[in-house]
Design a protein around this ligand. Structure first.
Ligand code: SF4
Length: 245
C-alpha cells in the first residue's frame, strides 16, 4: 500500500482539524480502521491512489485521473489516464487537444464524451484563471467543470496532503451505513455525517481503506462477510444476502 498514507507516517491532525461529536464509539472506529490498515496491504491500491503514488502526488494528474474515474472500473481508469498523459501532461498542452481527441484517448471510460469536454474546459480554466496550477482550496476546485465534492476532496487529500477532508464515493457511502457509523441516503449526507461520527485523525484514510474494502470484500451485492476481518465490529446493517465464498 501507499506508505505515505500509513497513519504512523503522519502526525496527528487533531490539533488542526475541527472538533466533532460522535455517534459511534471511538474505540470501535479505531479498531476497524487499524484492522483495515493492515488488511488492505494484500489488495491492490485503488486506481487514483496508484496514479498519485506513481506521479509523486502531482495535483494535475490526480485531478484528471479522478475526473476520469467516476463510475469507471479501475483498470479502465488506469489505462485511459496513461494514454492521455502520454500525449499531454500539463494543463496548457491538454487544453490544446480537441474534445474529439480526448474522447478517443480516454474511451471506454463511462460518459467519455462528457468527461472529455470537462477535461478540456478544466484545463482551459486552469490556464486562464489559475496560472496553469491546480488550486488548493475546496472553493476554487468546485469552480472547475465536472469537479464535485468527491473529486475535490480526493485532490485535497492525495495531492495537497489535507487532513481535514473526507472523500466519499459509493463504496464509502455503502460501507459506512453497513457499519452503522452513519444513517444516510446520499454520499453528500455521508460526508457530513462522517465528520461528526469519526475522529479527525482517520479522515484522510477513510476513502483509501473503505474503497479498497468495497472493491474486494464489502461488495455492493453479496458482500464477503464470512471472510471479512472487521465482521466482529460490523452490524451488517441492510445486508440481506452474503457471499458464501
Ligand atoms: S461484515 Fe460484511 S457488511 Fe460488514 S464490512 Fe464486512 S463484508 Fe461489509
Amino acid at each position: 500500500m501507499n506508505a505515505r498514507l500509513k497513519p504512523s507516517r503522519l502526525r496527528s491532525p487533531a490539533s488542526v482539524a475541527p472538533k466533532s461529536s460522535r455517534s459511534v464509539s471511538t474505540p470501535t472506529v479505531t479498531r476497524v480502521m487499524r484492522t483495515l490498515a493492515r488488511a488492505i496491504d494484500q489488495h491492490q491500491l485503488p486506481a487514483v491512489e496508484k496514479i498519485a503514488e506513481e506521479c509523486q502526488e502531482d495535483p494535475f494528474e490526480v485531478l484528471i485521473s479522478t475526473l476520469l474515474s467516476a463510475q469507471t472500473r479501475d483498470p479502465v481508469t488506469a489505462a485511459a489516464s496513461a494514454r492521455l498523459f502520454k500525449v499531454a501532461r500539463r494543463p496548457a498542452t491538454m487544453a490544446k487537444l480537441t474534445a474529439r481527441r480526448i474522447e478517443r484517448l480516454i474511451y471506454p471510460v463511462s460518459f467519455y464524451r462528457h468527461k472529455a469536454r470537462h477535461v478540456r474546459e478544466t484545463c482551459r480554466m486552469l490556464v486562464t484563471k489559475y496560472g496553469g496550477r491546480v488550486p488548493a482550496t475546496m472553493e476554487e476546485l468546485l469552480t472547475l467543470p465536472g469537479v464535485g465534492r468527491k473529486t475535490a476532496n480526493l485532490v485535497l487529500i492525495l495531492a495537497f496532503k489535507s487532513r481535514q477532508n473526507i472523500c466519499v464515493d459509493t463504496h464509502v457511502h455503502r460501507i459506512s451505513n453497513r457499519l452503522g457509523w452513519v444513517e444516510t441516503n446520499t454520499p453528500a449526507e455521508t460526508e457530513q455525517a462522517l465528520y461528526a461520527a469519526t475522529e479527525p485523525r482517520w479522515w484522510p484514510y477513510i476513502n483509501l481503506y473503505l474503497v479498497t474494502w468495497g472493491q474486494n470484500v464489502c461488495k455492493p451485492v453479496y458482500p464477503r462477510c464470512p471472510v471479512c476481518v472487521i465482521r466482529p465490529d460490523c452490524p451488517q446493517i441492510g445486508v440481506t444476502r452474503i457471499s458464501t465464498r
